[in-house]
Design a protein. Structure first.
Length: 230
């Protein structure tokens, strides 16, 4: 996997009158399936051969509303210890942080507390936190009650269990996130604050400072029809 995003957000086009950019960063220990979750949502497939993320990567996907396109800019992060120092710079201006663990590995769930605490230092108070338990196709080592207690303690509103391998729960996870974004749009009557939600400049700056390979245009959500998200 390349060091930085293999997808171009600059060339993405839309027929809707307005595009709102939302930055999502997925974090968690190594081997919890962060890349697979994003790949399953973006491409509806997942590679079975494991290839660890090296540094930072990103994908984008468009979700169409009646008169607005929500562009999800999804940043994938490495779980290896030697890359953790890179992550804080990519949390800047994040609209959503997905805290990810492996339900078959208790240690990855225990680590969420540190991931949450560390990331809180770099995001604003309006950043949405989400808990995602991956690998529900495997034997459970973490109970739902444990995660619900953690989410209640941290006041995290969304907790979804998924399987990147089978695709179960993936759409539910991202629909829940987009629903929250839709609520924000409705509450502000589409008068969204540019400095909080429009991250094009932030992303272009970060991409410019790192080596980028194999740019390609993104395709919008399946069948390219406008849909209501909520």
């Amino acid at each position: 996997m390349s060091f930085i995003g293999t997808n171009s957000i600059v060339n993405e086009s839309s027929t809707s009158s307005q595009i709102e950019n939302y930055k999502i960063v997925i974090i968690g220990d190594q081997h919890v399936g962060k890349t697979s979750i994003l790949s399953r949502y973006k491409y509806e497939v997942v590679e079975t051969a494991y290839a660890p993320t090296v540094g930072i990567d990103f994908l984008t996907k468009n979700v169409f509303l009646e008169d607005t396109t929500i562009r999800l800019i999804m940043w994938d992060t490495a779980g290896q210890e030697r890359f953790k120092s890179l992550i804080p710079s990519y949390l800047k201006n994040a609209n959503c942080i997905i805290l990810t663990y492996d339900i078959s590995n208790k240690a990855t769930f225990t680590s969420l507390n540190k991931w949450y605490t560390d990331s809180k230092e770099y995001v604003n108070e309006n950043t949405l936190f989400v808990i995602c338990g991956n690998k529900i196709d495997l034997k459970r080592a973490v109970t739902k009650k444990e995660v619900e207690d953690f989410s209640n303690e941290k006041n995290i509103p969304i907790f979804v269990e998924v399987s990147a391998l089978t695709g179960e729960g993936i759409n539910e996870l991202f629909h829940s996130i987009v629903k929250k974004f839709c609520d924000t749009i409705h509450l502000t009557n589409n008068g969204i604050k540019t400095e909080e939600l429009n991250n094009d400049h932030d992303i272009k700056s970060q991409n410019f400072s790192l080596k980028e390979k194999n740019k390609k245009e993104e395709e919008p959500i399946s069948n390219k029809k406008k849909k209501k998200c909520c």
